[in-house]
Design a protein around this ligand. Structure first.
Ligand SMILES: [Zn+2]
Length: 264
């Protein structure tokens, strides 16, 4: 990684993806309902490019933005683009939760100014899209896409997990932190932020099954195996498939989070 020019690409939520240009058809066909995200980042001549490839499986096609909302806290701005009718209170919760997930990660990382654009589509709506933003040093925007479920707790879980996981990668890259591509740590950022903000965790919230290199590519395969190892570790703290605040597993998870998120 050079001083002036560098590039990196990372995986995301759920299981898979690859740092190739697009998700393969095999990866798409096995995409979890939470969707897939792949981020790549580079800097050149003082400008940063952050690119996002998002895939959410579904039958209906994404038709565009219906609602926009923005919020701001601690110098972080979130722009929400929602493609379905959603109550004003839910819009507000989505926006505030994005800020909380961003703050959770930023508190544990050196300060990097990142703003967010969150594209939210109804679960079951197919989204296959790429965004790329060229930003000056003072304003870097990370775009992420999430599905919105009937069960709002699932939506909030995916949102917080995705924002924390990807913020770790991007902020790490922008700070030139050597472990920015560490998938185990990124998965723990997602899970620990989720429990900290949403106060409970179920097996549904954990990364899924591992993929082989042959079907997913080397990068995606490696990430999915890291995610699966994290799943097995956290599942041990669960009782009947969940951890709630105050349960014995909560203390074990919090201890695990403290050690996993500490900079080495
Ligand atoms: Zn990742």
């Amino acid at each position: 990684m050079g001083q002036r020019n560098a590039a990196a690409c990372f995986l995301v939520v759920g299981l898979l993806s690859g740092c190739a240009s697009n998700f393969t058809n095999t990866v798409k066909s096995r995409a979890p309902e939470q969707g897939l995200t792949e981020i790549s980042a580079s800097y050149r001549w003082g400008f940063t490019t952050i690119s996002t490839q998002a895939f959410i499986p579904g039958k209906d096609t994404h038709r565009g933005t219906l609602l926009k909302r923005s919020c701001r806290r601690s110098g972080i701005t979130v722009e929400l683009e929602i493609s379905a009718p959603v109550a004003a209170s839910t819009q507000s919760q989505l926006c505030e939760m994005t800020l909380s997930a961003a703050e959770f990660t930023r508190q544990r990382m050196p300060a990097v100014r990142l703003d967010y654009k969150i594209v939210a589509v109804p679960a079951g709506t197919r989204l296959d899209k790429r965004w790329s933003s060229l930003s000056p040093p003072e304003k870097k925007v990370l775009t992420l896409a999430i599905p919105m479920f009937q069960d709002q707790a699932k939506t909030f879980s995916v949102l917080v997990d995705t924002v924390a996981h990807e913020t770790f990668h991007v902020a790490g890259f922008l700070n030139r932190i050597p472990d920015a591509a560490d998938e185990t740590k990124a998965y723990y950022f997602g899970i620990c932020a989720n429990f900290d903000i949403n106060k409970s965790l179920t097996v549904w919230d954990l990364p899924g099954a591992p993929l082989g290199n042959r079907e997913a590519g080397e990068v995606a395969g490696k990430s999915s195996r890291a995610g699966y190892a994290v799943r097995l570790q956290v599942a041990k703290f669960m009782l009947d498939g969940r951890i709630d605040l105050g349960a014995p597993g909560a203390q074990m998870l919090n201890e695990k989070c403290r050690s996993a998120l500490t900079r080495r």
